[in-house]
Write a protein that binds this ligand. Structure first.
Ligand code: ACO
Length: 347
């Protein structure tokens, strides 16, 4: 497990990072969020005209009613740039203030370069660094953790953290056990490094906790790739195994986060879990004892957009005014690998 917190490293003598001389850690504050969903909506009913499924089966097992599908020629970078522009507008930050872009995706435009570098160019950003993070559905939490740590250490000041996916391109549309579950979309969050404050109620990311266990590699994977087949491949999944582990691992990641910060689950104002399936989301809420009104749910209208679900859900909560400065917001996600994690934020 990896985690970040407010304790400065005691010995930096071996560090080869370009960081501030002083280890007086900054704090990453969320300034705003934005989202983009492709225009085309594919309903369960329409899907049921193509494959042997039904609106009733999909709703009952997953809570999903519809998903958005990228247009031909619409790429992950297009979705990411659109979400980023909205996040920057919500944050009141100009693109040329951004000096770090971390993009979580498992559906990059090309095998390389990093899709984030194309987003950087699309936004007209000339400075700083841009790179991608690949942790499938937990990618946004991983990207947030990486960006948070870089901001804390003074390696950057203003970060765009993006989750963007076009999973429709890696779905086997003849496999009803997977193709009904996913959709396309993007969300982005703007973070700003703020000077440390002694105030225990200071806003910012309080901690991030990351975990992975490669023993589950074959439970959820894509059966292609540049090194194995030379093709992009399609999603393959042991749905029951994913389901079994998801509630348990995401819930314990949240429990670890609150305990680490000397809090309890009752301190959480808003829980924003990865949006894979309403039964998984409800299971996490039940296990943690977080009432439904404190859990953000968007899966019904968007399906599982992998790394994009959390920033999409955060944007929905921001736009609905369900999330307020000072709120304790808990994020958790799990995806292929398995890779999973949590973040605790004082909004
Ligand atoms: N429509 C109709 N019937 C279907 C469909 C479908 N789309 N898909 C499967 N079925 C059938 C199966 O063929 C099976 O039929 P059978 O009994 O005649 O063999 C029957 O429904 C039951 O299938 P199960 O796989 O046992 O269904 P289950 O109750 O496990 O639900 C589901 C499947 C929804 C995938 C569930 O296992 C699940 O939600 N797993 C979590 C997977 C997930 O969310 N993955 C996302 C990526 S990981 C993440 O983001 C956390």
């Amino acid at each position: 497990m990896l985690h970040s917190n407010d304790n400065p490293p005691t010995d930096n003598s071996d560090s080869n990072l370009s960081v501030k001389d002083s280890f007086e850690l900054q704090r990453s504050v969320v300034l705003g969020c934005g989202a983009y969903l492709p225009e085309r909506v594919l309903t369960n009913t329409e899907l049921s005209t193509r494959i042997d499924t039904s609106d009733e089966w999909i709703r009952k097992r997953t809570g999903i009613e519809q998903r958005h599908i990228a247009a031909d020629g619409e790429l992950t970078s297009d979705l990411a740039a659109a979400a980023s522009r909205r996040a920057l507008a919500a944050a009141g930050v100009a693109a040329d203030e951004v000096d770090l872009i971390v993009l979580a995706t498992s559906t990059p435009d090309n095998t390389f370069p990093a899709t984030s570098t194309r987003v950087q160019a699309m936004l007209g950003i000339k400075q700083g660094v841009a790179f991608d993070v690949q942790a499938v559905c937990s990618g946004f939490v991983y990207a947030l953790s990486v960006a948070d740590n870089m901001l804390r250490l003074g390696q950057a000041r203003t970060a765009l953290v993006i989750g963007a996916e076009v999973f429709s391109r890696i779905l086997d549309w003849k496999d009803r056990s997977t193709c009904v579950l996913f959709g396309d979309g993007a969300g982005a969050v703007v973070l700003r490094a703020m000077a440390p404050q002694n105030d225990s109620n200071a806003r910012g990311i309080l901690s991030t906790h990351l975990f992975s266990d490669g023993a589950y590699y074959d439970s959820l994977y894509v059966d292609g790739g540049p090194a194995s087949t030379g093709t992009a491949g399609f999603i393959r999944m042991d749905g029951k195994e994913v389901f079994r582990q998801a509630v348990n691992l995401m819930s314990s990641a949240v429990e670890t986060a609150v305990a680490h910060n000397g809090m309890s689950v009752s301190d959480i104002d808003l829980l924003v879990p990865h949006q894979a399936n309403i039964r998984i989301i409800d299971g996490i809420g039940r296990r943690l004892g977080v009432a439904g009104e404190r859990v953000v749910v968007t899966v019904q209208g968007q399906a599982n957009t992998s790394a994009a679900t959390i920033p999409l859900a955060l944007t929905a909560a921001q736009d609905d005014k369900r999330i307020h400065p000072g709120d304790i917001v808990a994020l958790c996600a799990l995806g292929g690998g398995f890779a999973w994690g949590s973040a605790l934020i004082r909004w």
